[in-house]
Design a protein around this ligand. Sequence first.
Ligand code: URA
Length: 246
Amino acid sequence: MLVRLQKIIADAGITSRRKAETLILEGRVTVNGQVVTELGSKADPARDHVKVGGKLLGRPARHHYILLHKPIGYLSTVSDPEGRPTVMRLVKGIRERIYPVGRLDYNSSGIMILTNDGELANHLMSRTAAIPRTYHVKLEGQPQPEDLKKLKSGIVLDGERTAPAEIRQVVQREKPWYEITLTEGRNHQVRRMFERIGQPVVKLKRVRIAFLTDEGIAPGSFRHLTPAEVERLKIWKRPEKSSKAR
Ligand code: URA
């Protein structure tokens, strides 16, 4: 059966479909010895020899779906040139090469998904799915209601307006805790949003991704997602504007 090259590469667990497209465009993919740079190209994974960077792709990888509670002090990358600990150290017993979907800062904690399913990774990061991610943040001080209103409706970061956010206070103290839910994941977005209103984030913890929470997962540990959870993530769509479903 003919399948698009980027899907074959993603299914082999090499990388996400989007990154596979870049590899194809860069001329790093061959099919039966011929370099293929056209994105629409297809091959038969059962018969054709597909190589990426000269390495023959094996059988499609068995997919793994991990929900990890990242503690502070770990990088959310596969490796670090400076030798700092990465979240990969915390995941044991999986032979396939899995990778984190999205990022959590070194100084942030909370849940993240790791997988070798490039398809799902892509979907989770896509703007169309707009997966909500919820954070608990401890702030330096009490923000002004009008500033919170601005953050909720959207501010301009890197020349682009942020999507509407849900924000509510969860702990009332001198350094209060707030809960913020975003449907996009720009670099250091939560920290930058609160910095913009003059209330730096002192602590940041991701407590929810879509319907997944940190319940029962101690910092530094993980669990496998259930098949039902994986299916639910795969079909997750941005809710209709008027809908309160989910
Ligand atoms: N936003 C941030 O600023 N940092 C994180 O780690 C996650 C979201």
